[in-house]
Ligand binder design. Structure first.
Ligand code: UDP
Length: 450
C-alpha cells in the first residue's frame, strides 16, 4: 500500500457483471495507490458493500420499473439507465462534493457507457475520467462507425459478410460489433455516446495491455489526440484479491472436481452473464461436449436457455462424472487451474483477457457487439483460439474441442497461448507497460483540479 494521497475518487460502474468486475478491480488498484474510494451504484444490480469494507458506497435510485429492470433488451436497458439516472446521480454528486468531513474529490471515474455523466460532471465542474471495460480493438471500431458508414461497410450487407474490413485487420464484415447484424437508431446513439463520451473526458482507462492491442491503442491515441489514454490491464493481475462483486452466488464445488482431473484436459464452458440461447443450440452444445470424450466444466447460468428442463433427454446419464455443471463458477480461479485445457467462451472482454492471462486456448463463439471483434482477434489475430464459424453443430463442436485440446493440429495454438500468457504476466510488473501507464494515471489524477 502506498502513502495516502489525501484525495477521494468517485467511481460509477455500469450495473452489469462484465462492467462491475473491472471497475471494482480498478478501485482496488487505485486504493492501493493511496486514494480513498467512493463507489456510486444503482439500485438495479445493487452492490454489496460488506465485501469491500475499505470503500464507501452510495446507492442511487435508477427509476427503472420492475418490467424495465427485467428486460432482456440490453440496448433498451442502457438507454433507460442513461435517461433515468441523471437527476439521482446529480443529487448524489452534489451531496458528496459538499461533504466537508471527507477528503476532497480528485475526479469521477465513470463507465464510458454511462455517457450522461459528462454533462452532470461538467455542470458541477468535476473532472471526469472514463473506464472502457471492453477491449481497445473493439473501441477503435466503435469510434470509427461513421468511417465504416462512409466506406459502405455499414449497414451490413449479407453478400459482403466474409469480406475483410481492410482498415481493421483481421476483422471481417461479419465481425462488426452489432446486435443480430443490424444497426438500430438506439444502438447508433449508444455507439456515438460511447465514442463522444471518451472524446469529452479527461482521460480513458482500458483494461488491456500494450503487447496485446498495440495497433488499436496507437489508433485511439491518434483519434483522441488531446486525451490521455491509460492501458493498465490486466486489472485482476495487479493485486489479486478475494473480494467478490459477483451478482450470482459462486459454486466452489468445481475446484475440488477439477483437482481430480488430468492436467490440461478439461474444457471450461461459459458464456458470461448476459448471453442467452435457444434450446436447440443448447442441445447441440450438450451433445458436442458429450461426444468429444473430454472432461468438461459447464456454467449453465439461470436464464442461459429458456426451457424448464434444459438438458436433452439422456444427456446427463451419459456423463459418468466426466462433466461437472454449475450455475456460476469462480472463473478466474478455474482458468488458473492446471486441469483446464481450453475455454469455450462467448468472448466477452473480461473472459477473453482472463483466458489470455492464464495461457488457456479458446474456442470462440461470440454472440453480439464487441464479442465478435474480440473473438476474431483471439482466433485470427493472436491465433490463440479456434472460432466456431458455422453456428452450433455437435460434429463441428466435437472436432474443434479435440483439435484444440488433444490433437497435434492444435499444438501451435496451445504454444502461442502460453507465450501470450508470459507477456500478460510481465506488463504489470515493475517497468512493464501497464505498470508505467498506471503511474502515469496516478500523476494525471493528482494534476486534475476540480
Ligand atoms: N464470470 C464468473 N463466473 C462465471 C461466469 C463468468 O466469475 O461462471 C465472470 C468472468 O470471470 C468475467 C465476467 O463474469 O469477469 C463476465 O464478463 P465478460 O466480459 O466476459 O462477459 P459478459 O458477462 O459481460 O457478457
Amino acid at each position: 500500500m502506498e502513502e495516502r494521497k489525501g484525495r477521494r475518487l468517485l467511481l460509477f460502474p455500469l450495473p452489469l457483471q462484465g462492467h462491475i468486475n473491472p471497475m471494482l478491480e480498478l478501485a482496488n488498484i487505485l486504493h492501493l495507490k493511496g486514494f480513498s474510494i467512493t463507489i456510486i451504484h444503482t439500485h438495479f444490480n445493487s452492490l454489496n458493500p460488506s465485501t469491500y469494507p475499505h470503500f464507501t458506497f452510495h446507492s442511487i435510485p435508477d427509476g427503472l420499473s420492475e418490467s424495465e429492470a427485467a428486460t432482456k433488451d440490453l440496448v433498451l436497458l442502457l438507454s433507460l439507465l442513461n435517461a433515468k439516472c441523471i437527476e439521482p446521480f446529480r443529487e448524489c454528486l452534489v451531496r458528496l462534493l459538499s461533504d466537508a468531513s471527507e477528503e476532497p474529490v480528485a475526479c469521477l471515474i465513470s463507465d464510458v457507457i454511462h455517457f450522461f455523466t459528462e454533462s452532470v460532471a461538467d455542470s458541477l465542474k468535476i473532472p471526469r475520467i472514463v473506464l472502457r471495460t471492453g477491449g481497445a480493438s473493439s473501441f477503435a471500431v466503435f469510434a470509427a462507425f461513421s468511417l465504416l458508414r462512409e466506406k459502405g461497410y455499414l449497414p451490413l450487407q449479407e453478400s459482403r459478410l466474409e469480406e475483410p474490413v481492410i482498415e481493421f485487420p483481421p476483422i471481417k464484415v461479419k465481425d462488426l460489433p452489432l446486435i443480430n447484424r443490424c444497426i438500430t437508431e438506439e444502438y447508433s446513439k449508444l455507439v456515438s455516446g460511447l465514442s463522444n463520451g471518451a472524446k469529452a473526458s479527461c482521460g480513458v482507462i482500458f483494461n488491456t495491455f500494450e503487447d496485446l492491442e498495440e495497433h488499436a491503442l496507437a489508433r485511439i491515441n491518434q483519434e483522441l489526440p488531446n486525451i490521455p489514454v491509460f492501458p493498465i490491464g490486466p486489472f485482476h493481475k495487479f493485486y489479486p484479491t478475494s473480494s467478490s462483486s459477483d451478482l450470482f452466488s459462486i459454486d466452489h464445488s468445481c475446484i475440488s472436481w477439477l483437482d481430480t482431473q488430468a492436467p490440461k484436459s478439461v474444457v471450461y464452458v461459459s458464456f458470461g452473464s448476459i448471453a442467452a440461447m435457444k434450446e436447440a443450440e443448447f442441445s447441440e452444445i450438450a451433445w458436442g461436449l458429450a461426444n468429444s470424450n473430454q472432461p468438461f466444466l459447464w456454467v449453465v447460468r439461470p436464464g442461459l436457455v429458456q426451457a424448464s428442463e434444459p438438458f436433452p433427454s439422456g444427456f446427463l446419464e451419459t456423463l459418468n462424472g466426466r462433466g461437472h455443471i454449475v450455475k456460476w463458477a469462480p472463473q478466474k480461479e478455474v482458468l488458473a487451474h492446471p486441469a483446464i485445457g481450453a475455454f469455450w467462451t462467448h468472448n466477452g472482454w473480461n473472459s477473453t483477457l482472463e483466458s489470455v492471462c492464464e495461457g488457456v486456448p479458446m474456442i470462440c463463439m461470440p454472440c453480439f457487439t464487441d464479442q465478435m471483434v474480440n473473438a476474431r482477434f483471439a482466433s485470427d489475430g493472436w491465433k490463440v483460439g479456434l472460432q466456431l464459424e458455422n453456428g452450433m453443430e455437435r460434429g463441428e463442436i466435437e472436432r474443434t474441442i479435440r483439435k484444440l485440446v488433444v490433437e497435434k493440429e492444435g499444438e501451435e495454438i496451445r504454444e502461442r497461448a502460453l507465450k501470450l500468457k508470459e507477456k500478460a504476466n510481465l506488463c504489470f510488473k515493475q517497468g512493464g507497460s501497464s505498470y508505467q501507464s498506471l503511474d502515469g494515471l496516478v500523476k494525471h489524477i493528482l494534476s486534475l483540479e476540480s
